[in-house]
Design a protein. Structure first.
Length: 320
């Protein structure tokens, strides 16, 4: 069975009503969606993605008012929902019983998000249930930002990918939780700590180190290319002696290029949003070509740049 790629919401709806999983566009990355209230459909998501069952899924809902069907919302969470949804924010909330343990991997919290992409917003509005959707990549690999990316890795395994064009944000949602009058960022994204503080007046803590990680998907060696990827300044890696076919991922056009290295520029203009939107596409492209090694330079560690550095850090080569 060839996976069909198309723009037909009714087709996507048909498969989802049938308990199947389909690729869906969001403004962050493409999701692998199934009926969040159907345990078999949710189990299918884990199977297709080859994702360990201990790693919970985000529940995507149609609108703000339906969140209360699935979770309890306190004051500051309500402000975050009001300010940032629909959009690239996921919030962890105490779950209600209607959300099954398989979706949350046994946790009493559920991750909720309202995607902003018009096709998926329309699809959610038409469906009588919310959608569990992890990023539509095989477990551990780079997230997809186009429908073709989804098909490249999952062809024949899922029936349909709803094609909504290239993701505009290009990096997964910021995952937050309000706890003890603080906002905890479990995963960096395009909505920054400053944005969150501005909206709520609350201080922000970013959980980064391995010991602190509470969202299982933030495991090391995630978002990883098959080609070994290293971080740092390209000129520090080689003292003029390039022995491997090398791709360099750089933020802007470098003043000086090393010969023997192919450069891939994230944003000619030096714009972090544009860099984020190009990141996963470039990583996949380089991975398909026959490079032996990837060196990814650091981007400015501000705003969405923190999320770019975070993903590249997790993509770093580690002996598996
Ligand atoms: O932008 C996004 O968030 C995309 C699009 C498709 O919505 N989705 C996405 O899902 O990135 P996924 O499954 O690839 O990453 C979700 C992360 C994982 O790290 C998972 O461990 C964490 O969210 N997560 C989900 N539910 C959770 C829960 N109940 N408690 C703690 N962490 C949770
Ligand atoms: Mg993912």
């Amino acid at each position: 069975m060839e996976t069909i790629v198309g723009k037909d919401i009714q087709k996507a709806k048909y498969f989802l009503l049938n308990g199947d999983v389909v690729g869906i566009p969001t403004e962050t990355v493409y999701g692998l969606a199934g009926n969040a209230l159907n345990e078999e459909a949710v189990a299918k998501i884990y199977a297709v993605k080859q994702r360990p069952r201990f790693n919970p899924l985000i529940v995507h809902v149609a609108d703000k008012k339906s969140i209360q069907q699935f979770a309890y919302i306190e004051k500051h969470a309500a402000t975050l929902i009001q300010t940032f949804m629909p959009g690239p924010l996921t919030i962890l909330l105490p779950k209600k019983d209607i959300i099954t343990d398989i979706a949350t991997a046994g946790s009493n919290k559920v991750a909720i998000r309202i995607p902003q992409h018009p096709l998926t917003a329309e699809l959610l509005k038409e469906l009588p249930f919310p959608l569990c959707a992890p990023s539509a990549n095989p477990f551990g690999y780079v997230s997809p930002t186009t429908a073709q990316h989804v098909k490249d890795k999952l062809n024949g395994i899922i029936p349909y990918v709803l094609d909504g064009g290239a993701a505009t944000v290009g990096i997964e949602s910021t995952i937050v939780e309000v706890r003890d009058n603080q906002i905890i960022i479990h995963r960096s994204g395009s909505i920054s700590g400053d944005d969150l503080t501005a909206a709520t007046g609350l201080p922000v803590i970013i959980l980064n180190t391995k010991e602190e990680i509470e969202t299982p998907g933030q495991l090391k060696s995630h978002y990883a290319t098959d080609t070994p990827l290293f971080r740092g300044n390209i000129t520090d890696y080689f003292d003029g002696n390039i022995t491997k076919k090398t791709a360099a991922i750089v933020f802007t056009t470098p003043a000086k290029k090393m010969s023997g290295v192919d450069y891939f520029v994230l944003s000619e203009k030096g714009n972090l949003q544009e860099a984020a939107a190009n990141l996963f596409k470039l990583m996949r492209y380089i991975d398909e070509a026959d490079y032996e090694i990837i060196i990814a330079e650091y981007v400015p560690d501000e705003g969405i740049g923190k999320a770019i550095n975070d993903r590249l850090e997790r993509a770093k080569f580690s002996a598996k």
